[in-house]
Ligand binder design. Structure first.
Ligand SMILES: Cc1cc2nc3c(=O)[nH]c(=O)nc-3n(C[C@H](O)[C@H](O)[C@H](O)COP(=O)(O)OP(=O)(O)OC[C@H]3O[C@@H](n4cnc5c(N)ncnc54)[C@H](O)[C@@H]3O)c2cc1C
Length: 599
């Protein structure tokens, strides 16, 4: 049976030893309480909840799925009870401010727990995950009254939240959306329209659901400049803020889908439902970006979750499964055959998973510490962190979900034919992972955002903010012969990142399609370089520990060996991406639309 063990040692390595979370919290206003002892206690409790409560429900969720009956959605057995335990454990309130009932702990600490929850059971984790996005939106853009009314109940976990953007004719291009918001005499709005694919749109886990909805006011300008944001509760509230009668919003059906069966994907019908404006009129998309950025980092985490899950279970299987003998002579002569972990190709698969899981972990937790700074840092620190996040968010979202899917697929491959059989869980991991490259903006859309909006439109400024950090790191370590293989490759790629950006920028001045033609290769190139930076940092940290005579020689040596694997076998993929992205747009655009298929 597949299972999940929280990788507490690796989370500690990444956050404490590599990213120095201790100094980070010491300098972060309001994070004084997050002492190392407290962090350790929270992670241990979070690990228990993930391993004992959520992990056993992962398969149940897949097999039972959610059921729909006349507007009512029932979640799989055990989901509701697990949510109750989550609320009672205070997990929902961990990173939210104390004035709305939160514990005021840093966002990054919350993300360490979310990593364990999401890896144990992604479908279940999406329910509180969506709520977290709704909370961040209300925290940033809600009025004091809205915060007191809605945020406090979301923070306590009594209610959950959703994100209602997509309509049947528009997912990527939200400028096309049609849902209407008619102003009412009492200051509220009547919301009418149909949203599709709404995760956690209806369920039986909480007393109320707070939908955060994009809609258009009458006479709003066409396109994205005419979209406003609304709060629409499933149940209206009475004078004291408690649940009263049902609002005119209902789930019309749930989707039957490839994976994440335990999470309800709903068609939501708004039929003159009572809603309340959040933020200024026609600025809804700007406000929604708060939600989308939370959700994008959350989805990047999904890539890490499926990599980690695949790695853990693949290693267990590869140690156990006996097939053939090692080419260089038997490694387990006492057995009928060698365990498949001796074969170089199986090691290639396991090390790819390990490189993506552990490299992804460093990338994600680095981003989450930047999020802390965007919330609590000084004006200057905040400006830099905002700039870094604007560059790194599309890379993290798209690159880590692409690598997560590769790792999940390799998991199936390590299991051979058994990987295709449901009971081993590897095919569920592949199916559950696949959505991560689609929702929250597809890989293609993240790539356009990265190259077009973030890099070229800022004249390369955001890119330089990050390449300077890599440059500084390379300069610091270039004198040390032991790090030469990492530092010389990283330094070269870092320079090349700027050069290829310039080349594409020049081409784009003549033909804008060059941006779209280069974008996904550009994003993947960027992802491999960012991950190379984190692997170099992890290698340096590991070497220092070994030099100091650490008694965890195996752990740190494996870090160095995985860094070497990443640099030797994964990083060369950048060559293909450079060639492809610089090959121009003609090879994509010259073929006539009519000539794609001849039937
Ligand atoms: C299980 C599930 C859960 C979801 N949860 C939610 C949710 O909670 N809330 C919510 O609002 N939505 C949700 N969604 C919707 C999801 O975010 C959208 O499906 C996604 O953004 C893509 O939109 P689309 O399906 O309309 O595809 P389209 O926008 O039609 O895109 C189709 C293809 O065209 C490409 N494309 C489109 N425009 C361009 C362009 N300009 N350049 C290059 N390529 C382009 C896309 O990359 C994609 O490959 C969910 C979807 C699913 C399946």
């Amino acid at each position: 049976m597949p299972e999940y063990k929280a990788p507490l040692r690796d989370i500690k390595f990444v956050t404490e030893e590599v990213l120095d979370v201790k100094s980070h919290y010491a300098n972060l206003p309001g994070a004084e309480e997050a002492t190392p002892d407290m962090i350790a206690a929270i992670l241990e409790e979070g690990a228990k909840f993930a391993e004992r409560v959520l992990s056993p429900l992962n398969r149940v969720g897949d097999q039972q799925g959610c059921t729909f009956n006349d507007g009512v959605v029932t979640t799989p057995d055990g989901f509701k009870e697990a949510y109750q335990q989550y609320v009672e454990g205070g997990w929902a309130s961990l990173p939210h401010s104390e004035d709305v009932g939160g514990q005021g702990l840093p966002e990054s600490l919350g993300l360490m727990v979310t990593e364990m929850i999401g890896t144990a059971n992604w479908s279940w984790g999406m329910y509180p995950g969506l709520s977290h996005g709704a909370m961040n939106t209300l925290e940033s853009h809600g009025t004091q009254e809205q915060k007191q009314t809605y945020l406090t109940k979301l923070v306590s976990g009594e209610w959950t939240g959703t994100m209602c953007l997509t309509e049947s004719h528009c997912g990527t291009d939200l400028g096309l959306l049609k849902t209407k918001a008619e102003p009412q005499a009492d200051g509220s709005y009547a919301i009418s329209g149909t949203k599709i694919f709404i995760s956690a749109g209806e369920h039986d886990m909480a007393d109320n659901i707070i939908h955060i909805v994009l809609a258009r006011l009458p006479d709003a300008p066409a396109g994205t400049k005419g979209i406003s944001l609304f709060i629409v509760p499933k149940f209206n509230l009475d004078g004291s803020g408690e649940v009263s009668d049902r609002n005119a919003v209902a789930c019309g059906s749930i989707e039957h889908k490839m994976g994440i069966h335990g999470n309800a994907t709903c068609v939501m019908n708004f039929d003159g439902a009572k809603g309340f404006l959040i933020g200024p009129e026609n600025k809804g998309l700007n406000c929604m970006f708060t939600f989308m950025n939370t959700a994008r980092l959350g989805t990047a985490l999904q890539g890490l979750a499926h990599s980690e899950w695949a790695l853990q279970n693949s290693v267990t299987y590869a140690r156990d499964r006996l097939q053939m003998r090692s080419l260089s002579g038997p490694k387990a002569p006492e057995k009928a055959a060698d365990p498949i972990i001796v074969h170089p190709d199986v090691r290639r698969m396991l090390l790819t998973q390990k490189a993506f899981a552990e490299g992804g972990r460093a990338f994600i937790h680095y981003c989450s510490m930047l999020v802390d700074i965007t919330k609590k840092g000084s004006a200057e620190e905040k400006a830099e962190a905002d700039e870094l996040m604007s560059l790194l968010t599309p890379i993290a979202k798209a690159f880590l979900t692409e690598t997560g899917y590769e790792a999940a697929n390799l998991g199936m491959q390590v299991y051979g034919g058994h990987g295709f059989i449901s009971e081993w869980g590897m095919e569920q991991n592949v199916r559950d992972c696949r959505i991560s490259m689609l929702y929250e903006g597809t890989t293609g859309i993240q790539a356009l955002d990265l190259l077009g909006r973030k890099v070229l439109m800022s004249q390369g400024k955001t890119l330089k903010t990050f390449t300077k950090i890599i440059h500084k790191f390379c300069k610091e370590h270039k004198g040390d012969k032991r790090f030469k293989p990492y530092i010389s490759a990283l330094s070269k790629l870092n320079g090349e990142w700027g050069d290829i950006t310039l080349k594409i920028g020049m081409k784009a001045m003549r033909n804008k399609d060059e941006v779209g033609a280069a974008s996904v290769d550009y994003l993947m190139f960027s992802g491999y370089v960012v991950m190379a930076y984190f692997w170099a940092r992890m290698a340096v940290t590991a070497q220092v520990q070994l030099d100091e005579g650490s008694d965890e020689e195996g752990f740190y040596t494996a870090k160095l060996q995985t860094a070497t694997f990443y640099y030797d076998r994964i990083l060369p993929r950048t060559r293909t991406h450079v060639e492809a992205m610089l090959s121009g747009s003609d090879n994509l655009l010259s073929i006539d639309e009519e000539n794609f298929v001849f039937l």
